[in-house]
Design a protein around this ligand. Structure first.
Ligand code: IDP
Ligand code: MG
Length: 141
């Protein structure tokens, strides 16, 4: 099924000049960029984005980290894009991520793990409008 998913390059990725490398990996895997922006989340926005984790012990640190510097948000489109992006990113903890995945290649640790990708169609449906209006989602001609 043709799907769209929300990806972020987290502050550690932007800060270490990895924007191009990360996007290249997605493009090489056939995913299309339908929207793209660099932005910075406020602490309140980071808390709202990660609200599902509000009871987790890492919520406070995570939302401080995610609002600590610029991020790049994008919408990627492709067949089974949601699951494929999760596979290309690798496990949350880079120590557990498979060889060749973005997190294995670039992540610093389990928190500063370079990329976010929606985990389900329900998440993608909420996360895409968090960053992009309908008019900003442009089909690749
Ligand atoms: P995911 O990004 O692989 O879907 P989630 O469990 O949804 O992982 O957690 C969201 C984000 O919270 C992770 O990407 C990571 O940045 C952070 N995180 C998750 N678990 C931990 C942890 O045990 N310690 C520190 N940060 C964590
Ligand atoms: Mg998640």
């Amino acid at each position: 099924m043709l799907e769209r998913t929300l990806v972020m390059i987290k502050p550690d990725g932007v800060q270490r000049n990895l924007i191009g490398k990360v996007i290249s990996i997605f493009e090489e895997n056939g995913l299309k960029v339908v929207a793209l922006k660099k932005t910075k989340l406020s602490k309140e926005q980071a808390k709202a984005f990660y609200i599902v984790h509000k009871e987790r012990p890492f919520y406070e640190d995570l939302t401080t980290y995610m609002s600590s510097g610029p991020i790049v948000a994008m919408v990627l489109e492709g067949e089974n894009a949601i699951q494929r992006v999760r596979e290309i990113m690798g496990a949350t903890d880079p120590k557990e991520a498979k060889e060749g995945t973005i997190r294995r290649l670039f992540a610093i640790d389990k928190e500063k793990n370079t990329v976010h990708g929606s985990d389900s169609p329900e998440s993608a449906k909420k996360e895409i409008p968090f960053f992009f209006s309908e008019q900003e989602l442009l089909d690749v001609a």
